[in-house]
Design a protein around this ligand. Structure first.
Ligand code: NAD
Length: 457
């Protein structure tokens, strides 16, 4: 589906009209292409006094080919691809002033589709209430920058656990477990992710031989792969080196085969709600691959009606496809030990599951349940080295959103900091990052891919 307004505002006539009438001005977003540098310009790195992360961040960015500047050497005319700030040294609200001192002079110095990343310590890990208070305050700064800076700039807060420094791969001042998250957030892969709080813990993370193929050799299952977000997922994960097992209902067999052929993957025709679906899937994965490294629960349906008008069938179908089938499949794959240590379970939720939505009590219940699944399963599976995360897409340009009436659709598209809908590839890139072996320290997160939507914010 195309956003004609966003194309129009890129034309000369469109630019003039947008300026004159003060209309929404969706910027063209920088998206990832293999081989691209992480950033369009240098990164300005700052740190609060006493922080523990600036040195490892500098090492990661330098190794990734990013040109680094600091406030001592940056001039007033300099423009930056990213502003990265280590706020882990802030232990009291009176020290928050250091944030103002760093960001205030740079508010107009960020290039289009720039990146702002603030790193700190999870409030729940802080030793004193004062430090926890000050670290929690970082959220307000980051979310406001996401709304203020414009021109496709995104802003995120990354809480880095003290445990991250203890991970086995941690060496010589580098925090390996942070590397995949920094690379994802700086790159065009995170084009439609903004205003997020991401927690990086102490799980094992490995560095890939080639950051352009971060999923090399991984066996990945994608459900609902025949079209929309699932088809984009299959394509992106295969591009990144994965062997993709693409699953969809038999009625979507032709489209599914086309996706699988395109990427050199395999196709499985299966209705996930069939009583024998989990065992048939487990047998397929065991016989063909002996394991599944990454399970992506993407298949989903809507059956919208306000609650008073909704028949029980609509309720049951949505809960079954979007939530219960995920639980049944996880249970069987885990019981048969088909997901090895280092494995990943990634579910697709929705901002409807966070904000609720009129006419979608069934859908929002199922998608909030997916968040519950992450919350409950992630701690239980951490000891087995398996991470569990979800993404919550906002307005994504697919057949699902094409069916929304025009006026509501236009509102949905523009009610976010980037003034446009996301593309299926934006959700796929975010799931890709969570799937990488290098992201083993990212577990228990629900990451919105919504351009910082106002819904549920
Ligand atoms: P879509 O309808 O284009 O694709 C969903 C796929 O799932 C289809 O190919 C369908 O055949 C498959 N599927 C449905 N029931 C199945 C079953 N029982 N067994 C196997 N496969 C089944 O939807 P989409 O927009 O690509 O959405 C993908 C996911 O993203 C869904 O979970 C959806 O709820 C979620 N999501 C989408 C948006 C959006 O804006 N498009 C927003 C938030 C969340």
């Amino acid at each position: 589906m195309t956003d004609r307004y966003a194309s129009f505002v890129q034309s000369a006539a469109g630019r003039a009209l947008v300026k004159r009438l003060g209309l929404p001005d969706p910027p063209r977003l920088r998206r990832h292409h293999p081989g691209d540098p992480l950033l369009a310009g240098p990164a300005l790195l700052g740190a609060a006094t006493g922080g523990r992360l600036a040195e490892p961040i500098a090492k990661i960015l330098t190794a990734a080919g990013v040109e680094l500047r600091d406030t001592g050497t940056a001039g007033p005319q300099d423009r930056f691809g990213a502003l990265v700030y280590d706020a882990s040294g802030i232990t009291d609200s009176t020290e928050l002033r250091q944030l103002y001192d760093f960001f205030h002079p740079q508010a107009r110095a960020v290039l289009p589709s720039g990146r702002v990343i603030v790193l700190g310590t999870s409030p729940e890990e802080c030793p004193t209430p004062r430090e926890a208070t000050a670290q929690r305050a970082l959220e307000g700064l980051v979310r406001s920058i996401g709304k203020e800076f414009g021109r496709g700039t995104t802003a995120q807060l990354v809480y880095v656990s003290g445990d991250a420094a203890d991970d086995p791969a941690h060496s010589a001042g580098t925090i390996t477990s942070l590397e995949s998250t920094l690379r994802f957030l700086l790159s065009g892969r995170s084009a439609y992710v903004s205003g997020q709080v991401i927690r990086v813990g102490g799980g094992a993370a490995s560095v890939p031989a080639d950051w352009d193929r971060p999923l090399d050799g991984q066996v990945v299952l994608v459900t609902g792969a025949a079209r929309g977000i699932g088809a984009a997922l299959a394509t992106v994960l295969a591009r990144d080196g994965a062997k993709v097992v693409a699953l969809d209902i038999p009625a979507a067999g032709d489209a599914l085969a086309a996706v699988a052929n395109d990427i050199g993957g395999t196709a499985v025709q299966l209705d996930l709600t069939a009583p024998d679906a989990p065992t048939r899937l487990a047998e397929h994965l065991a016989s063909r691959h002996g394991r599944v490294d990454v399970v992506v629960h993407n298949a989903g349906i809507t059956r919208d009606k306000t609650l008073g008008r909704m028949d029980a069938d609509r309720w049951d179908q949505v809960i079954d496809v979007n939530l219960s089938s995920q639980e049944r499949i996880n249970d069987v794959l885990l019981a048969r030990e088909l997901i090895p240590a280092g494995g990943r379970i990634i579910s697709v939720s929705s901002i409807a599951g966070i904000a609720g939505n009129r006419g979608q009590t069934n859908y929002a219940t199922s998608k909030a349940g997916v968040i519950g699944l992450v919350d409950s399963l992630a701690p239980a599976l951490r000891q087995h080295g398996i991470s569990v995360n979800a993404v919550a897409p906002g307005f994504i340009e697919t057949r699902l959103t094409a069916r929304i009436p025009l006026v509501v659709r236009e509102a949905g598209r523009r009610m976010n900091s980037l003034a446009q809908g996301g593309l299926p590839v934006d959700v796929a890139e975010t799931i890709g990052w969570l799937a990488w072996p290098a992201s083993g320290a990212v577990s228990g997160n629900v990451v919105r891919v919504c351009g910082q939507s106002l819904l549920g914010a």
